[in-house]
Design a protein around this ligand. Structure first.
Ligand SMILES: *Cc1c(COP(=O)(O)O)cnc(C)c1O
Length: 395
């Protein structure tokens, strides 16, 4: 980790992780597109493998371009260190593989990213792992589910796609008392709006595919740990299972990251206006956006986030049918899954991102059939509102 006085997040987003390299002084980091690194001698190779000397051996074990991204992410989340992974799901599965032994139990947010939940229910069950996916915004409910074999408390806040918030500080207190590892999926907020490690979490994960890369052109993930011990455990598992990142992928994500604050601020400003506009429309039954004073956890948002972000979910009075007509009639908003890019995306979680969650569980998690998810981008807000308006008029 770089050691210097703390600068503001906007500055760190632009500068952290890389300094002009000593060889060519390039301002943009070089892409070390190599699988392996030459040793100076047999003795040096042995010293690197023994961990007696620091250096690069093989790209699955480490690479300077990937390290630049990892150092930037560790700085932005104020962690001990970061690990870049092939995808957000590689980050999730590495966390599960590292901390869930045979017959272990975990507690997770009911409205988790679909596959983060499904992988436990369909794959990790084969190793006897069990889980309770519950409404983690109710702290007392979490405590009731803790058992002797509970290892992990895995929360997503804001949650996908309900926009329900979980109190990170309260969860950290609970995790300390019961010796659980608290993991926060911070994808929806990005490190610019929320820093779970500062609120007591042990590990933060990101799908870099979303806000951090921000241009809908790369898939990637990251794990940032509070301590050396947690980092070492995760690094060992990641290197062996091999869900590591590629240097070119790391370079692209680092390039996207440098404008994170500009994109997040613009998209958030747009989302605030769109959420208020949606709430005023007669066709709209409900709007979930933590920036609205009508959101049940608006106060918690102000407490643990720097802003409400740019993800909105809403439902229409005409329910599912009206929602389908809306998403089939938008022209500027793109009908696609994923989120956090510069372009506005619209989708229907119950039949798309969360299709793998059983119907009854979806209902319990608040992923209703009428829910439409909007990832607001950086376009002119007037054009976005005009597009949604013409689509609403076709219902
Ligand atoms: C997309 C997403 C993931 C998974 O990331 P991939 O990069 O698609 O593997 C995990 N968590 C959340 C909240 C996500 O939105």
């Amino acid at each position: 980790m770089e050691n210097r006085t703390k600068r503001r997040p906007e500055t760190e987003i632009i500068h952290s992780g890389y300094h002009p390299d000593p060889f060519a002084r390039s301002v943009s980091p070089p892409i070390y597109q190599t699988s392996t690194f030459a040793f100076e001698s047999a003795e040096q190779g042995a010293a690197l493998f023994a961990g007696k000397e620091k250096g690069f051996i093989y790209t699955r074990l480490g690479n300077p371009t990937i390290l630049a991204l990892e150092q930037a992410l560790a700085t932005l989340e104020n962690g001990y260190a970061a690990l870049a992974t092939a995808s957000g799901m590689a980050a999730v599965s590495t966390v599960y593989l590292a901390f869930l032994e045979k017959d272990a139990h975990m507690i997770g947010t009911a409205a988790l990213y679909g596959p983060s939940r499904t992988i436990i229910e369909t794959e990790f069950v084969r190793y006897g792992v069990s889980a309770d996916f519950i409404d983690t915004s109710r702290i007392e409910e979490i405590e009731k589910r803790i058992k002797g074999n509970t290892r992990l408390l895995f929360i997503e806040t804001p949650a996908n796609p309900t926009m329900a918030l979980t109190d990170i500080k309260a969860c950290a207190g609970l995790a300390r008392r019961h010796n659980l590892i608290l993991v926060v999926d911070n994808t929806f907020a990005s490190p610019f709006l929320q820093n779970p490690l500062e609120l007591g979490a042990d590990v933060v994960i990101h799908s870099l595919t979303k806000f951090i890369n921000g241009h809908s052109d790369v898939v990637g993930g990251a794990i940032i740990s509070r301590s050396e011990q947690l980092h070492n455990r995760l690094q060992k598992v990641l290197r062996m299972h091999g869900g590591t990142m590629d240097p070119h992928q790391a370079w692209l994500v680092l390039r996207g990251l440098r404008t994170l604050h500009l994109r997040v601020e613009k998209a958030q400003e747009n989302a605030r206006k769109i959420a208020a506009w949606l709430e005023s429309r007669p066709e709209v039954a409900w709007v979930n956006y933590p920036g609205l004073s009508s959101h049940p956890q608006h106060r918690l948002m102000e407490k643990q986030m720097r802003g409400p972000g740019s993800m909105i979910s809403f439902g229409l009075n005409g329910g599912y049918e009206a929602g389908l007509r809306l998403i089939n009639n938008v022209k500027l908003c793109t009908l696609a899954v994923s989120l956090g890019g510069i372009e506005t995306l619209i989708q229907h979680p119950a039949s798309m991102t969360h299709a793998s969650v059983p119907a009854e569980e979806k209902e319990k998690a608040g992923i209703t059939d009428d829910l439409i998810r909007l990832s607001v981008g950086c376009e002119a807000v007037e054009d976005l509102i005009a597009d949604l308006e013409q689509a609403l008029e076709k219902i």
